[in-house]
Design a protein around this ligand. Sequence first.
Ligand code: A2P
Ligand code: 11C
Length: 350
Amino acid sequence: KGYRIAVVGATGAVGTKMIEMLEDTTLPIASVKLLASKRSAGKTREFKGKTLTIEELVPDSFNEVDLALFSAGGGISKIFAPEAVKRGAVVVDNTSHFRMDPDVPLVVPEVNPEALKQHKGIIANPNCSTIQMMVALEPIRQKAGLKRIIVSTYQAVSGAGAKAIEELKQEATDLLAGKTKEELNPQILPAGSDKKHYPIAFNALPQIDVFAEDDYTYEEWKMINETHKIMADNAIKVAATCVRIPVVSGHSESIYLETEKQLTPQAVKDLLAQAPGVTLQDDPSQQIYPQALNSVDQKATFVGRIRRDLDVETGLHMWVVSDNLLKGAAWNSVQIAETLHEMNLVRVPK
Ligand code: A2P
Ligand code: 11C
């Protein structure tokens, strides 16, 4: 007895992690169906000791599915998420396609689980860089109010998918073997859909996704708009600069925030030491602080380098790191599914 679950994009960077998260979830599972493109149909993959065969995604894939986790790109979600809901499946969508739809809850379980009650079949999983920032800042917002955020990110290539990981590895290999940067052939980064591509190996690219209004990228706009929706407060001022660095997994963020009431750094540390989903790693005397490499395969959001601003009384700085494929994507999606189950909401409302 349990849910019949489908994973859409089961061969991808996030989909692969979704399967791992389902292997150790508390969610009761009756069956798991793995869906991807025609290219992957027939390949196999282990789930809890059983061999599952990957199937081609078609609308009828969702017949007799209770819960579908999507991570195959926005275009796939646009077409197939409604097909899944039509067939009675609740969808947790990891793409940006439905996030700003007023009918679709955008959920970080530590922050706004009650938003799930409004779902009409689709729940959106926020962008990875937004999620970890929300987990770190919500306890502070609750205690002291949040007026402003200025964030700079240092994002891992796995956020751009499995092919971007290969691109980083190939470029690094080629450069170490003596090739020049002109001999590299970047195809994916900084953004697969943009005109020009640049090497990521031994580089830092201040572009994630394509450029939009006011010369901010979509990734930067996602951090702004999604913060407002998740915290249900459009008055919070947010500015972001999103940068891709040659790290495989684990997004890092330098966050400056201003609170309404003044909090000492020690009060913030005490607060975050108790906060759900947070692991405090902050001891400069012992050189203890969060690191991308140490966040890999961990579900937590790691926070450290907490210190006061030297000029603004209500200003604070911190360094926030999390595995973008887990809390940023696969784990947050499975955690949403667990929360839906606990709230008895794994059903499409009539
Ligand atoms: P496939 O491996 O068959 O192409 P990533 O984010 O790592 O790039 O992964 C993208 C995921 O989306 C993969 O699982 C990929 O499957 C899947 N995908 C891409 N295009 C389609 C499609 N047309 N139908 C179903 N799944 C797709
Ligand atoms: C990145 N944050 O690191 C992106 C990936 O809206 O779900 C996730 C894109 C999204 O490239």
